[in-house]
Design a protein around this ligand. Sequence first.
Ligand code: CA
Length: 220
Amino acid sequence: MRILLVEDDEALGGALRDHVRAEGHAVDWMRRLDDATEARAATPYDLILLDLGLPDGRGLDFLRALRREGKATPVMILTAMDQLSMRIDGLNAGADDYLVKPFDLDELIARLGAVARRYAGNPNPLLQLGPLELDLAHRHVARDGKPLDLTGREWAVLDRLAQHPGLLVSRSQLEDALFAFGAEVESNAVEVYVSRLRKKLGAGLIHTARGLGYRLAAEQ
Ligand code: CA
């Protein structure tokens, strides 16, 4: 997933970014609301992690503006223990979930996955596609019962394809899944990772629609 992190606390923001990246997601970290507003206008994010108190304004106003524009991007708010009324305001303003600081980073990852799957309309993390078994929650994939070992970026591509099995996913959507804002994007990166994935998953699963994108499906 491509995630926008809005958090002004350097230590917490850094820990969040590193941990979420290590799980194979691309993270753009903004410390101010004006930067976050610019970033979300330029990039289609899969999920936004939102602190409520930023140096140039309130996270809730950012969230309300997003929803006023009709954007359904999932938003998870980060609140302090004593901010019960803020959590309620956040949910009423259209947040999908919240985490109370200090939180466990593994819990955050699990909740990120759950929110993203609900948004994708596929709350079940288990998928069976022909010989392929996928567990999106635990990032586990097996072919004919044999577990496969994927790198973070290979997983990012497979995860994006698996969010909409059978449907076309564009090359630029896969690019977004692969790279954080500002990171170097090799022009053939998508082809490279798709080809590595094909080698690992075996034939007949990732289909190319030339010039359009890719599709994950069991049929030929
Ligand atoms: Ca803050």
